[in-house]
Design a protein around this ligand. Structure first.
Ligand code: SF4
Length: 303
């Protein structure tokens, strides 16, 4: 039996759902029940009332959020080593240090943080709703972590003072994009629209026609009349963009923009994890209940 068939059989037998982040390998996206960004997927998991197991093909913090929001389900991360380096940049000790200096400021954390950090924040946000979340707060100054590029972008958009914690948290993959390389691609494809993720640098955002999260890029590409797009985000999204828009052309702004952690999830690892119910992600109480409140507050914000 082919590996894909074996996974599908196990999935049926065990009442499992496979969720794949937009940055997963093409073959992993193709076998998934749903493909999307981290919060879209956690919500999908909540909608899947009959599912007993969720295989979350992504990185650690996303599987943690799914476990927090779906405490009655077993959440599996196919590769135990799939850890987001940006999420590791903000520790609880670091948060406590900043809180000593700014005890009265609200703390907003990007969902790309570990549950232990989320438990200390007032509200979470994604790259899709960060502007709305900050605008929803009755405060002109906020602490924001861990991505300083997203913090800067949100500050530009809201006019509020957004203090990044740590000072220089970043996504190593999105930092690889360079405006000079996009300019060269633009010479070859003058008609192309440039889409840039807000985790990229300010210089990259400046040359963008559109700045947005992965889900916002998917929507924008579908609705736009443009036929060619230069895309500055992790290369996995291009598989989805091409599948959703077969008549349009998508060019990665830098060929090396690969998140090695996201790519640790292979079909083989999905199969083993599901077969042996291995790499179960759990978040201890009361961390889970505090982090859940921060995530639920985010869901209440209209966007
Ligand atoms: S792409 Fe960046 S933010 Fe996303 S998991 Fe990889 S390192 Fe983390």
């Amino acid at each position: 039996m082919e590996l894909v068939d074996k996974i599908n059989k196990l999935k049926k037998d065990k009442k499992a759902v496979i969720l794949a982040h937009n940055y997963q390998r093409p073959e992993v996206q193709d076998i998934a029940d749903y493909v999307g960004d981290s919060i879209e997927l956690s919500k999908k998991a909540m909608d899947e009332k009959d599912a007993e197991i969720i295989v979350f093909a992504a990185v650690d913090f996303m599987a943690e959020s799914a476990a927090i929001l779906n405490p009655e389900k077993k959440v599996l991360l196919p590769s135990a080593g799939a850890r987001c380096p940006m999420a590791q940049m903000l520790t609880v000790d670091e948060i406590k240090r900043w809180k000593v200096h700014y005890p009265l400021l609200p703390l907003v954390l990007y969902v790309n943080t570990l549950a232990s950090a989320k438990a200390y924040c007032d509200i979470c946000c994604t790259s899709a709703n960060a502007v709305e979340v900050i605008n929803s707060l009755n405060a002109e100054t906020v602490l924001f972590g861990p991505d300083h590029n997203l913090a800067e972008y949100v500050q530009e958009k809201t006019g509020k003072t957004v203090i990044p914690i740590p000072e220089r948290g970043f996504c190593p993959t999105h930092l690889l994009f360079q405006p000079e390389e996009v300019q060269i691609l633009k010479l070859q494809h003058p008609e192309a629209v440039v889409m840039v993720h807000p985790e990229c640098t300010a210089e990259m955002r400046k040359i963008a026609n559109f700045v947005g999260s992965t889900s916002q890029m998917c929507k924008y590409a579908k609705e736009s009349a443009a036929k060619t797009f230069i895309v500055a985000t992790e290369e996995g999204l291009l598989h989805r963009l091409r599948k959703d828009n077969p008549k349009k052309q998508f060019i990665l702004a830098y060929e090396g923009a690969v998140c090695p952690n996201m790519k640790l999830n292979t079909l083989e690892r999905i199969y083993i994890s599901l077969k042996e119910e291995k790499h179960v992600v759990t978040v201890p109480e009361p961390i889970a209940s505090k982090a859940r409140k921060a995530l639920e507050r985010m869901f209440e914000v209209r966007h």
